[in-house]
Design a protein around this ligand. Structure first.
Ligand code: FMN
Length: 420
């Protein structure tokens, strides 16, 4: 049971009369579930319920947030259970999901003193392009399931906050629309399917929208066992088929990147037969840079170099692929060591604090991607929510850089962190 869920409903409704939030709170009463995978502080502490600007301990607008977890509570309350389940789920016992977070508590900071930190520079070069922040929006599918403006709200936030965005193959807006809203091309994440014609058409659409980089996701050879999602779906009383027609064709009909493509022969989105030969083929077929997402071992990092890959994202899909139990922060060192600075290594999974970002940079990452935090912001308040999540993370990163005596990202070294 979510503590406090039923406590003050009448008070809440009185308080909310006339508020735009009212319409979004309709799931509150039908969703008394205790989620093992719930992140952040416990929801609705009763002592906070009367605080100005909060509703039952929830923030009422993006500017009231103190940290990114404040958005998680609102997202959880606003989203229908099935959609929240899609966002929150890990696999099986959610062990890998938790491992991603827990790894940060085993890494400490080793701050240096008496360094001029009056000016902080967070710009970073990635594949020959300067980016104003090392915090990147990871590819996430079906964002209109979190907010009616979906990927466009995220692109608008990425534009105003100047962050790089990676668009998912299974987005609910096309890459052309997203690039237009972002004001510059975005990186394009590819699920190639098992049909080369489809992969080629998707690539062409991304290239036409100016995408300089294709991110090939390699960690889902099959669908994973997302139990939290399954459980929450069962609690959702709506008729899902009113929005999603059943089967892969029904699913892809709602994905603009597949519009006009012949998907009749597809039996799934995933490509269980994909091997390194596919990477070679992709390299040959496109002039975009090729980044692999989902590499977690030194062996595959070395093969990536051998196959001419341009960059890597150390990722376990946010704990949504195999239940390895291994945090991406545990995988990062061996991947960084293997590539020896020849290509950039990005990492994602459980980044919720500026200090998490700092720790990854200290351990050799070139940049960090975030998934759920910006989805919480999106689900809670749309574009302003995503903007605030990015502002908070940037401010936290700035602070930890100041405390650590590292005025620029290039100053952050392995010696700035230690193991607990
Ligand atoms: C709801 C959801 C949908 C996702 N969809 C995709 C996707 O379409 N393609 C992809 O490569 N990764 C996808 N991911 C994984 C993210 O790109 C990223 O690896 C992960 O969210 C990082 O972990 P974090 O959520 O703990 O920050 C998805 C993640 C979530 C939470």
């Amino acid at each position: 049971m979510i503590p406090g869920t039923f406590l003050s409903r009448r008070m809440l409704l009185r308080y909310l009369a006339g508020s735009p939030l009212l319409a979004a709170l309709t799931w509150t009463d039908i969703w008394p579930v205790d989620l093992g995978s719930q992140e952040g502080p416990e929801l609705f502490p009763s002592a906070l319920s009367d605080l100005e600007g909060t509703i039952d301990g929830l923030i009422a607008s993006a500017d009231k947030a103190i940290n990114v977890f404040d958005f998680a509570s609102v997202a959880k309350k606003k989203l229908p259970p099935a959609h929240y389940g899609y966002l929150a789920t890990g696999v099986e016992d959610d062990r890998t999901l938790r491992a991603n977070r827990e790894a940060f508590s085993r890494i400490n900071l080793r701050p240096r003193r008496l360094v001029d930190v009056s000016r902080i520079d967070r710009t970073t070069d990635l594949l020959g392009v300067d980016h104003s922040s090392p915090i990147i929006l990871a590819p996430v599918g079906s964002q209109k399931g979190f907010h009616p403006e979906g990927e466009i709200a995220v692109a608008n936030a990425a534009r105003t906050q100047r962050h790089l965005q990676i668009l998912s193959t299974v987005s609910t807006s096309s890459v052309a629309e997203v690039a237009a809203a972002r004001g510059e091309p975005v990186w394009y994440q590819l699920y190639p399917t098992s049909q080369w014609d489809i992969a080629r058409a998707l690539l062409q659409r991304a290239a036409d929208a100016g995408s300089p980089v294709v991110v090939l996701t390699v960690d889902l050879p099959t669908s994973s066992n997302r139990e939290t999602e399954k459980r929450l779906k069962k609690m959702d009383s709506r008729d899902c088929t009113a929005c999603h027609a059943p089967g892969i064709q029904g699913y892809l009909e709602r994905k603009p990147m597949f519009e006009g493509l012949d998907i009749s022969r597809l039996n799934g989105l995933l490509a269980p037969a994909m091997t390194w030969e596919f990477v070679d083929r992709l390299k040959e077929a496109t002039s975009m840079k090729v980044v692999l997402k989902g590499i977690v071992t030194r062996e595959d990092a070395l093969l990536s170099l051998k196959h001419g890959v341009d960059g890597l994202i150390v990722s376990n899909h946010g704990g949504r692929a195999e239940e390895s139990g291994r945090a991406t922060m545990e995988s990062l060192p061996e991947v960084v060591e293997s590539v020896q600075g020849k290509i950039p290594v990005l990492v994602d999974g459980g980044f919720r604090r500026g200090s998490d970002v700092f720790k990854a940079l200290a351990m050799g990452a070139s940049a960090v991607c975030i998934g759920r935090p910006y989805l919480w912001g999106l689900a809670a308040f749309g574009q302003p929510g995503v903007e605030m999540v990015l502002k908070i993370l940037r401010a936290e990163l700035r602070d930890v850089m100041m405390f650590s005596g590292t005025p620029s990202l290039g100053d952050i070294r392995r010696s700035h962190v230690g193991m607990a």
